[in-house]
Design a protein around this ligand. Sequence first.
Ligand code: DGL
Length: 276
Amino acid sequence: MDYGLIYEVLSMTSLRTIGFFDSGVGGLSVMKEVRRLLPAEDLVYFADSAHCPYGSRPVEIIRGRAYAICDFLIGHGVKLIVIASNTTSVAALDAVREKYSVPVIGVEPAVKPAAAATVNGKIGVIATGVTLAGERFDSLVKRFGEGLEVFTQPCPGLVEIVESGRWDNEETEKLVGGYLNKLLDRGVDTVILGCTHYPFLRPVIEKLAGRGIKVIDGGEGIARQVARVLDNECLAADAKSAGGESFFTSGDPELVAPVLRLLWGKPDLQVKKKEV
Ligand code: DGL
């Protein structure tokens, strides 16, 4: 009997990895928090760069992309999927949960922590149009934003800026400043980053928002939820070994790799092309 082959097949098929995906590089802001909390886990990231941005696409298209990417991740042997995209969670979380047997975690604007943080009861949310228009967002505000004033602001263009890997410039400040001012004019003291791309713009956002404005994202909370689900399902990795990461994109790896390297902080990170 070829035990080497059996071991190889078993290790290929045993469920060891956590899968993440987003329209592009934004979901790395969530995966970073998971890496911080769970150093032993193997992580795989799929950037759907060929179809980025999702934020202005019909929900049916986004759902179709989610299915295609999840098929790939399941084939890759993932034990849990994180939809590291607010937009995709609105469009496809329920559908994906229904289709696949592994646990699936979605993300949503961090209204609950923002409700705890605000002093004057006025909260601003920046996100994509799809995220803000969804029923899911309304119900989130109903559940956690009771008695608060919640103002929303879609931010076309910000995802593209993060995807370009260049935001230390005047055009970015102008665009971000324009969106923020609409919320600040309403008197908000707390701003939620309701798109996983935006935490990478946090330094610009905090600088323009000024002191006294709290800027909140949901990455840490998602990481804690991932840890909880892994524990509950007895899926957590052996804490003794350090986990690795692998990266795939539907776009051009030559263009995507430098941005992933910058955001993940690993100059030798490799990205493989995968059309799904
Ligand atoms: N980063 C995603 C989100 O959280 C998707 C943004 C987009 O592609 O428009 O919504």
